[in-house]
Design a protein around this ligand. Structure first.
Ligand code: COA
Length: 415
């Protein structure tokens, strides 16, 4: 079966997490992703957070499936020539080096255009143009600078970063969309273009609702769905809202049976307005369905704390899965707090390919997250990440280099 991006060649100059997330997705959609790495070392994540000595880390293997690896010293003059040949052969160059690194290597946008005017050059940077554009950036810096940390956590505590890698993987996703969009435009214009996804911008895009709230706060001085209402105080900026839902339907995380010993015995419970009467029935507070203090969403807002405390008295008598089963019967929106262990063992995620077991020649079998985006005409088959330089010879041959030339380049340290 064909793949959506069959025939698209990606020169993957990415490392760590943000860029590799992007190129892995493109590989899953069928692009030929050629990862260029530094000889001897490669992507730094190959050796970071290792769980097995001298074996590519899970950090690396889980972000670099379905790719080929070539090692080129792009600061060596002959290595530069090999990179030029690759630029001429590929459709997209993806990179997430520190600002200016590609230029310092001699591969400015102008030079790349000279070599291949159809080339799309896609970059992740920490910041867009502005006061911080020269800064190196990692995940949590982006979460802080993009508005996620200041709006995450509890009112009486410090800002908190999320376990979801919205700065790195989130920006990689944004970049992937930019790339396929540029590829589409190229079919009309014949020209490449630059694609930039700044991590601050990507995080802010995911925090869009918080900028919405900033403006609501400035206009009205309050936000009734926030836990600060009605007794707390609002300052000038959007406060941290704990586990409040952030939407029009109030929600909170509630303890379930076993919470004393199991850190994940909790459920997210949403008091959705249309099922309010059913919620009252389930928790044994039938009178709340008609009591004017509780019957409407507006009347409930000042009592949300008490309401959730009452619902929690009920959820604490059930495991999170029992509560799910009962609540789902009544269409009451809720979700169990699943641990990574529970997710890893969930059979339905294995069935859909969202969690996949992969075999690796030096590591053996390991679990990874497969392609979360399912295309009916372009199924994803997850294959292992490449060993460092595993495909150097193969790719060089495809570029037209003879065995003698390849061995001379090896001797020169260019590849
Ligand atoms: N051959 C020769 N040199 C190579 C090479 C190769 N194949 N591949 C990379 N290099 C060089 C680069 O040219 C650069 O050299 P320079 O500093 O002389 O210009 C050098 O390796 C290091 O690149 P750099 O990107 O600065 O790595 P770093 O480890 O110092 O910084 C980051 C890492 C992530 C902080 C930085 O790359 C960054 O800010 N990237 C953009 C934002 C981003 O993606 N952050 C999230 C990462 S998950």
């Amino acid at each position: 079966m064909s793949k959506a991006l069959d025939g698209v060649r990606i020169l993957d100059f990415t490392h760590v997490q943000s860029g590799p997330t992007c190129t892995q997705l493109l590989a899953w959609f069928g692009a030929d992703v050629i990862k260029v790495e530094r000889a001897g070392a490669g992507d730094i994540t190959r050796e970071q957070l290792r769980d097995i000595p001298d074996v590519d880390s899970l950090y690396f293997t889980m972000l670099n499936h379905n790719k080929r690896s070539v090692t080129i010293d792009t600061k060596n003059p002959e290595g530069k020539l090999v990179l030029e040949a690759l630029i001429q052969k590929c459709d997209v160059l993806v990179e997430n080096f520190a600002p200016g690194a590609l230029d310092r290597m001699g591969f400015t946008w102008e030079r790349i255009q000279e070599l291949n005017p159809r080339m799309i050059v896609a970059s992740v940077k920490g910041f867009g143009p502005g006061p911080y554009e020269d800064c190196k950036v990692y995940e949590n810096v982006a979460q802080c600078a993009g508005g996620a940390a200041s709006t995450t956590g509890f009112d009486d505590g410090p800002p908190v970063v999320s376990g979801a890698q919205i700065g790195d993987s989130g920006t990689g996703l944004h970049l992937a969309l930019g790339i396929v969009t540029a590829l589409y435009q190229r079919t009309l214009t014949g020209r490449g273009q630059k694609v930039l996804a700044a991590m601050q911008d990507g995080v802010l895009n995911l925090c869009r609702v918080k900028l919405r709230d900033q403006q609501r706060l400035e206009r009205t001085g309050t936000m009734k769905e926030y836990p600060q209402y009605p007794n707390g105080t609002f300052g000038e900026a959007v406060p941290r809202a704990g586990n409040a839902s952030g939407g029009g339907q109030p929600g909170w995380i509630l303890k379930c049976k076993g919470w004393e010993t199991d850190p994940n015995a909790y459920i997210y419970f949403i008091t959705q307005a249309p099922v309010w009467a059913k919620i009252c029935n389930v928790i044994g507070k039938e009178e709340w369905a008609t009591d004017p203090n509780y019957a409407t969403p507006a009347a409930r807002l000042p009592h949300l704390k008490d309401i959730f405390a009452e619902i929690e008295r009920w959820t604490m008598t059930k495991t999170k899965f029992e509560a799910m089963q009962i609540l789902n019967k009544y269409d009451i929106p809720c979700g169990p707090i699943l641990s990574m262990k529970e997710i890893a063992e969930e059979p339905s995620l294995r069935k859909t390919g969202t969690i996949v077991e992969v075999d690796h020649p030096t590591r053996g079998k390991y679990l990874t997250v497969g392609n979360p985006i399912k295309l009916s005409d372009s199924p994803t088959e997850v294959t292992r990440s490449p060993l460092l330089g595993e495909h150097t010879e193969e790719v060089m041959t495809e570029l037209g280099y003879s065995p003698e030339q390849i061995s001379a380049l090896r001797t020169a340290g260019a590849i």
